[in-house]
Design a protein. Structure first.
Length: 238
């Protein structure tokens, strides 16, 4: 298997992070991981230190985009072939890691997104109606802007190859990283593929996207997608 890294952003994940890391170690010793402790205010850092878990400690909270880019910088500097974003809250299933790596290994894709929506029977957890509705709207605008349909544009379970590791290490969106970075890579003609995965409900703690903010989030993401695609197309013409 190519040299592979799991990037695990963590903010106040004291309830989940040890279990998440233990499941990865039980699954395979061939997959490395790095936890990006994003300025947690709980015992996340203490748990990482006491259990000798590979981690980078950010003194200030950078948000999900900054934390994940830190992981990509680590992957780039250490010569990884594949980097995989993996939530620290127990939602992602490590058993699907080979599935999202295979299209990259076989040269079919530069990025692979794990989706709940290609095969709905594959995942019992489908999130709330509002989030699914918002995801469909975001997906529609990605299709309009890039002519490519992405069924789960906010999925944080993604694998990328060495070329995109370098891209993301240099520049990565901070506001709405998953949909924005997907649009950026599509506009740069990278190949993106989706594969069905199962996702679990969060095992503890609180999501960074609150239910009451879902509509506001959706509107802002759509605007960001439109602006990003216009700017990238302008750059491409120069």
């Amino acid at each position: 298997m190519p040299k592979t890294l799991l990037i695990i952003p963590a903010y106040n994940e004291e309830e989940n992070i040890l279990n998440t890391c233990n499941k990865i170690k039980e699954f395979s010793n061939e997959i490395d991981f790095v936890v990006i402790n994003d300025g947690s205010k709980d015992n996340t850092l203490k748990i990482l230190q006491e259990n000798n878990l590979n981690h980078i400690n950010l003194i200030n909270n950078l948000g999900i985009g900054g934390a994940v880019q830190t992981g990509y910088k680590y992957a780039y500097q250490n010569g990884y072939d594949i980097a995989i974003q993996f939530d620290g809250d127990g939602q992602h299933d490590v058993n699907y890691v080979p599935n999202i790596c295979t299209p990259i290994i076989e040269g079919q894709a530069n990025m692979v997104i794990g989706t709940r929506y290609l095969d709905k029977s594959a995942s019992e957890f489908q999130s709330t109606f509002m989030r699914r509705f918002g995801s469909n709207i975001i997906s529609l605008f990605i299709k309009v802007c890039t002519h490519k349909r992405i069924t789960d544009p906010t999925s944080g379970f993604r694998a990328v190859d060495k070329n995109i590791i370098e891209e993301f290490a240099k520049e990565y969106p901070t506001e709405y990283p998953e949909p924005e970075s997907t649009v950026c890579m599509l506009c740069k003609n990278y190949k993106i593929k989706e594969v069905p995965v199962s996702m679990n409900e969060r095992q503890g703690g609180t999501s960074s996207i609150r239910f009451w903010k879902s509509a506001d989030y959706m509107i802002k993401v759509v605007l960001a997608i439109i602006i990003d695609s216009i700017n990238l197309k302008k750059k491409g013409r120069k």
